[in-house]
Design a protein around this ligand. Structure first.
Ligand code: PGA
Length: 256
């Protein structure tokens, strides 16, 4: 089984920082092909660095690392100041679009309906949507995580034909576990959400990922949770060393 192991840089890295990360990543993977065994790496840089990272990673036909945009509008073009569209992201080299990260839901008004529109546009243009879902701490405390996650995921994926659903990636990222203020989740807390998500989506979507304070210390344990088919990483993969370490943990972790 292929594990999806990738990182979003969020609002970090200049073009030259992005260039050297991507350049060094490509050479590291050429020298250590074992890191790619049953692993699909992906990078989600800020828009300003997409073209540069795409060039560094090589022609898309032979590229081993998938490239994504952190967001994209659902319209193809038009009077939407400050936004970029899926065709523009694709033109810059992206083959994936991250949709509905909790930071976008919290600070930029992303809703279940806008995630649905963005997933549809991403699929229409032949890119892979990486739909992020996750509950706030209060919802977890009330024991309502499963309903909350199913609402977000069903809402964003409503009405998709089987073949399109089969291209979607879902990343479960509990909001309370994300970022420097977050609390790393315990494996026991993630079993039930993944059970519920697997029951509904396993074998129907492309893969289910986990994200939120992933690190070299917990990556193997997280990948061992039934239903987890990849990791979506923030801080721990912002240095190339950190990312390579996580790739090597994933490549070394057997999963039936
Ligand atoms: P983190 O970010 O790994 O830094 O907690 C995860 C995310 O927001 O996807």
């Amino acid at each position: 089984m292929t594990r999806w192991i990738g990182t979003s840089w969020k609002m970090n890295k200049t073009v030259s920082e992005a260039r050297s990360y991507a350049h060094d990543l490509r050479s590291a993977l050429e020298q250590r092909p074992e890191l790619l065994e049953r692993v699909q790496p992906f990078l989600i840089p800020p828009y300003t660095a997409l073209t540069t990272v795409a060039q560094e990673l090589g022609p898309s036909s032979t590229r081993t690392v998938r490239l994504g945009a952190q967001n994209a509008h659902w319209e193809d073009s038009g009077a939407w100041t400050g936004e970029i569209s899926v065709p523009q992201a694709a033109d810059a080299g992206a083959t994936m679009v991250e949709i509905g990260h909790s930071e976008r839901r919290e600070h930029f008004g992303e809703t279940i309906e806008t995630t649905r529109l963005k997933v549809a546009s991403t699929l229409r243009h032949g890119l892979v949507p990486l739909l992020c879902i996750g509950e706030p701490a209060e919802v977890q405390e009330r024991g309502e995580t499963s309903e909350y996650l199913l609402d977000q995921a069903r809402g964003a994926l409503r009405g998709l034909p089987e073949d399109q659903l089969g291209r979607v990636l879902i990343a479960y990222e509990p909001i309370w576990a994300i970022g420097a203020q977050g609390r790393p989740a315990k494996v026991a807390e993630l079993r039930e959400p993944f059970e519920v998500l697997s029951e509904e989506f396993s074998g129907k979507v492309q893969a289910l990922l986990y994200g939120g304070s992933v690190s070299a210390d917990n990556a193997a344990a997280l990948l061992g949770i039934p239903g987890v088919e990849g990791l979506f990483i923030g801080r721990a993969a912002w240095s190339l060393q950190g990312y390579l370490e996580l790739l090597s943990i994933a490549a070394a972790t057997e999963k039936p």
